[in-house]
Design a protein around this ligand. Sequence first.
Ligand SMILES: Nc1ncnc2c1ncn2[C@@H]1O[C@H](COP(=O)(O)OP(=O)(O)OP(=O)(O)O)[C@@H](O)[C@H]1O
Ligand SMILES: [Mg+2]
Length: 364
Amino acid sequence: MRNLGRGSRTAFAVTGIPGGTDDVEAALLRTRLIEAAKEFSGRGGPRPLTVTVTNQPPGTAESGPRAGPTAETEAEAEAEAGPDEPSIAERARRFTATPPLYTFDRLVLPDRTLDQLLRAVHTVEQRRVLFDEWGLREIQPHPGSAINLEGAPGTGKTLAAHALAHRLGRPLIQARASQLESKYHGEGPKNLAALFHAAREQGAVLFLDEADALMSSRFETTTHGSEHAVNAMRSEMLTALDSHEGLVVLATNLVTSYDTAFDSRVWHVRFPAPDEAARAGIWRRHLPEALPLAEDVSPEGLAGVDEVTGRDIRRAVIDAAAEVLRTGRPRVRQADLLAAVERIKAGRPCRAAPTPMSISGGAG
Ligand SMILES: Nc1ncnc2c1ncn2[C@@H]1O[C@H](COP(=O)(O)OP(=O)(O)OP(=O)(O)O)[C@@H](O)[C@H]1O
Ligand SMILES: [Mg+2]
């Protein structure tokens, strides 16, 4: 964007919306640029303002005065393509795929949620057949290419990402949205592109945690600089999702309002807090064969303790076993497990207990 201010009139000429940009995207970009220009010009007092947004390269724009680049735009260009800057392929080397750690038989979810998960994976995996060969792209130009696992902390989202990769016989590349962001202008989107590149190169399932940071509605952030960074990440995310062929698993603790651009591209699967039957299943899976258990240990009995997540249960088993070992006793009893889980509940910071969520989902 160039401020071509002269005399009493402020004129902006903006170039660079690539041809082929999604209409919605382009419209949003135009609106934002115009808003930014108005705000900028407002700082210099009320003056007439002209804003031209075009995809014409500099020097060929239909209208508007011209001038050389400002110091600011030069510096920005420098920052975007410095000589020492790593290429996308070089950045991609930072992301290494690892074998999945968990399988589906460790995961306890309502049948409906499991089914939803597997159906979404199937659709994503088969999107080339469905949308390209079978022509469904005609009715849905941006087929879903990712599954978004939504749920409270400790409800099994990371476990599910591993299980999905295992089911598909693929390694897993994991990253957090916050890892990708950077204080340097433009680094976040490049790191995101590199992450997708790495997944493609290594034939890996891509698991991106804290994904709400990349997909929530626009116009939410308050400061201008960060808003720009967030929007740049979001645009990169849309581009990456549209071209990526492999499975992308996103996870978030927030069931929030996503930017509508993601609705068609992402299948949402909600992870509920475990009910009593699910808790019994989770307790059972967290009592390994080799753990010396007293006769009285009963997963069904333990499941009576409510408002606990799978992660609480895992911690309780480890705490109880450690306590039994520390006090020189031979076996873990029901009372040890109950005491441990109650300690964990009591030690929780004052936050609302996970609320059971309704099960729904599917790409728009
Ligand atoms: N639904 C579940 N079924 C079986 N085990 C579970 C389940 N949920 C959680 N657990 C246990 O808790 C551990 C931690 O869960 P996990 O890391 O998958 O939670 P998460 O939803 O990814 O949490 P966060 O939002 O904090 O990342 C799992 O490795 C597993 O031992
Ligand atoms: Mg997790």
